[in-house]
Design a protein around this ligand. Structure first.
Ligand SMILES: [Zn+2]
Length: 108
């Protein structure tokens, strides 16, 4: 995450949103993308965060992360069926790692 100095923030104050809000929007949109692609194979959410991130990120990048989203979806399914234990813990770690990669890919 980039840190913005007070000077930068003042310079950029004509932007529609502050950097922290953008970060928040991206994480909201990333969660919505994951849900949407899992449910419908398309990113259909029309909330403010998704519309904003979609216009900034571009649909190409969203399509590029689809294999990652599919993997997250598959791990979620496996997690549902797995009892608590070492195997489940390992899978959950993998899930969180994939989620981080997805969030970073979207934030680029
Ligand atoms: Zn949304």
């Amino acid at each position: 995450m980039k840190r913005f100095s007070a000077i930068c923030v003042t310079k950029n104050e004509d932007l529609a949103f502050a950097p922290s809000k953008m970060t928040q929007m991206k994480s909201t949109a990333t969660a919505h993308i994951t849900c949407d692609l899992a449910a419908t194979r398309k990113w259909v959410c029309e909330c403010e965060s998704c519309r904003e991130v979609r216009s900034l990120t571009g649909i190409d990048k969203v399509l590029a992360v689809r294999p990652l989203v599919r993997e997250i979806e598959q791990i979620e399914e496996q997690l549902r069926d797995l009892p608590e234990g070492a195997e489940r813990q390992g899978l959950r770690d993998r899930y969180l790692t994939r989620y981080d990669i997805l969030a970073h890919a979207m934030a680029k």
